[in-house]
Design a protein around this ligand. Structure first.
Ligand SMILES: [Zn+2]
Length: 238
């Protein structure tokens, strides 16, 4: 996935493009609320860091590395995320998937990338992670995602470069919805406004039957305010 295939985030994409073309840092944190697209962008950056022919618009999408990345079998891309039914990422998982793993050299190219859902790592886990962040081997790159920088321990925060996700415009949100085969309509314009510039929220709302029903019922209730009795509004209308 190239950076250009991601809608919005102009300034962020420019920064990442410069990093790919130049000398990237070894630890970044992508900051944004749920639905802001931070994980999607971090994954595109990871693919670009591993790609054999990356440019300032991201990965080529055609090399062997990109092929493996696209098929979710890249040996040098490690994703640490919350397991189903777990409430936090266990400290043992941080140790086995990151701390112990970084000593092993890349199997494929000359880089390894760790994508880490830092929102779900508690203090103990972050302390375990810190040891790996302090002196990583030259081939290791960390991409953390987090909803707010305050969720990271100050010691972790001081070792990562912040990448702050931007809110999308209404027009950009409509483009995101169009890419998901949700054509522009009065309803999608409403989703774009209601999402607060968060593409993931807009997509979820557009696919949510209950939200659409709730909206229609709310509109209907408001329209009834002038014509129905108070008793009706407080009973049947409600
Ligand atoms: Zn490639």
């Amino acid at each position: 996935m190239t950076f250009t295939s991601i809608i919005g985030q102009h300034d962020v994409k420019m920064r990442l493009g410069s990093a790919v073309k130049g000398v990237p840092g070894h630890a970044y944190v992508f900051i944004g609320p749920s639905g802001s697209g931070k994980t999607t962008l971090a994954r595109a950056f990871a693919q670009a860091l591993l790609c054999e022919n990356a440019t300032d618009i991201g990965a080529c999408g055609h090399c062997v590395s990109c092929h493996h990345f696209g098929n979710l079998v890249h040996p040098d891309f490690i994703s640490l995320e919350l397991e189903p039914k777990e409430k936090t990422i266990k400290v043992e998982a941080v140790r086995s998937k990151v701390s112990a793993d970084i000593a092993m050299h890349p199997q494929f190219g000359n880089r390894k990338v760790y994508l880490i859902d830092a929102d779900n790592i508690n203090e103990q886990g972050q302390n375990a992670l810190l040891k790996s962040l302090e002196e990583p081997p030259a081939y290791v790159y960390y991409l953390l995602t987090v909803s707010g920088l305050e969720r990271l321990l100050p010691t972790v925060r001081s070792r990562v470069v912040p990448i702050v996700m931007q809110r999308l415009s209404g027009e950009e949100i409509q483009q995101v919805l169009a890419e998901k085969n949700i054509p522009h309509s009065e309803l999608t314009a409403f989703y774009a406004r209601f999402s607060g510039g968060l593409p993931g929220v807009a997509v979820n709302l557009a696919g949510s039957e209950w939200f659409s029903t709730l909206r229609e019922e709310t509109i209907s209730l408001y329209q009834s305010v002038c014509t129905q009795s108070r008793a009706w509004l407080l009973t049947e209308g409600y």
